[in-house]
Design a protein around this ligand. Structure first.
Ligand code: BGC
Length: 406
């Protein structure tokens, strides 16, 4: 057997995991998602599909609103030195213009705890959820959104600056606008290209304006977490189709916002083959799939990373992970992806950190609690007990040694 190579990562590389408020905190009652999860339309849909509403309502989620100390302590004991979390706009500004001091105090305590546990912090301001009042007024489809989001960013960045090392304004603007406004999957379930384009524009403006304010208030680096996929050609005129899809899905928003970024936050999950006659849904190359049927394509991560070199900014991988309830694929998934991260570094990409999605099994949006993305299992039958998965221990070794044996 070939001896394993030791792939050393750069000094001060950040190793950690990521979560998002609505997916882990619980009781996010003033948000648009909470309202949607409890709406008659949603309940009727679940009943019609014979699905239990309790599996698809975020409810108490992982109760991380109260158990954050325990979660950060776990991350630390798992060798991690960085953590990405989001703060919930709907808690901080539950009614327009009314900022809740108690919730700001809460997040101050949360971030103090992260620091106490030695974690470098990445804080996202908007991770898919919004205050209900904001969505009722039209949300990012309307121009007022830029001012509202910037005001929230101003308030929060002034208040929490001391404990935040990296700011992320908006998570996956690409997914947010398509899932909420084009495909009608996420609330408010609109299906309109015209509205989607308005949302794209206002998200970009919100990022550009808010990042100025955050930088002025905090002097810390700011980015977005972009959802970028590896797009490969297949079939007749595949190159043209792939370039077009790459431009629309990866570069359209990136180009509008990158100037206001100090680094690039990258979320990598997908790889697609596209041709003139559409997307190839099933890989012909014998790749594995995760529990959700998504293909596992670690080599695509290298291509995505190398494509980002042209922007000349440091890159942090702010999400990468898989649904794998039995934890049979996660160890290999992590090592394979890190192999390609290392390869991209050796080809000159300035990659400075890797945050696995996710620290905990959590509320996977419209798919509910079934998909299990956690390094740590949440036992929903046993008071949300945290149970460390085997792959988390392997990842811990990688984090501690700053190297992957491959
Ligand atoms: C999102 C996460 C989500 C993950 C897995 C990402 O697109 O940012 O919130 O849980 O994908 O679907």
């Amino acid at each position: 057997m070939k001896p394993k190579e030791k792939l050393q990562f750069p000094k001060s590389f950040l190793w950690g995991s990521a979560t998002a408020a609505h997916q882990v905190e619980g009781d996010n009652i003033n948000s648009d998602w909470w309202a949607w999860e409890h709406s008659q339309k949603r309940l009727d849909f679940l009943r019609a599909h014979k699905l239990k509403p309790e599996d698809f309502c975020s409810g108490i989620a992982c109760d991380s609103y109260n158990r954050y100390e325990e979660d950060f302590s776990l991350a630390k004991h798992l060798g991690q030195n960085a953590h990405r979390l989001s703060i919930e706009w709907a808690r901080i500004e539950p009614r327009e213009g009314v900022f809740n001091e108690t919730e700001l105090d809460h997040y101050e305590k949360v971030l103090q705890s992260a620091k106490y546990h030695g974690l470098t912090t990445f804080v996202t301001l908007h991770h898919f959820t919004s205050p209900l009042w904001f969505i009722k007024k039209g949300g990012f489809a309307e121009k007022f959104s830029v001012g509202s989001f910037t005001k929230y960013a101003d308030m929060v960045s002034k208040r929490l600056s001391e404990y935040v090392d990296f700011w992320l304004t908006i998570n996956e603007p690409e997914m947010y606008c398509t899932h909420s406004y084009l495909f009608g999957i996420f609330p408010p379930q609109i299906k309109s290209l015209r509205t989607t384009l308005k949302v794209v524009n206002n998200l970009a403006k919100s990022h550009n304006t808010a990042s100025e304010v955050i930088k002025f208030n905090t002097r810390k680096p700011v980015s977005m977490s972009y959802h970028l996929s590896d797009i490969q050609p297949h079939g007749f005129l595949g190159n043209i189709a792939a370039s077009l899809v790459h431009y629309v899905s990866n570069e359209f928003i990136l180009n509008k916002t990158i100037a206001a970024c100090d680094f690039i936050g990258l979320n990598y999950y997908n790889h697609h083959h596209v041709g003139l006659f559409g997307k190839r849904h099933h890989s012909h190359s014998g790749h594995e799939h995760n529990d959700l049927g998504w293909g596992i394509h670690p080599e695509g991560l290298e291509r995505v990373l190398l494509n980002l070199k042209k922007f000349n900014k440091p890159i942090y991988i702010t999400e990468n992970g898989l649904a794998d309830a039995k934890d049979v694929k996660r160890e290999k998934f992590i090592k394979d992806h890190l192999y390609y991260v290392h390869k991209a570094i050796s080809k000159g990409a300035d990659i400075r950190g890797y945050l696995h999605w996710s620290l905990l099994d959590n509320f996977e949006w419209e798919k509910g609690f079934r998909p299990r993305f956690g390094l740590v299992e949440i036992d929903r039958e046993d008071f949300l007990r945290r149970k460390v998965r085997g792959s988390a221990l392997v990842y811990a070794e990688i984090c501690r040694k700053n190297l992957v044996e491959y």
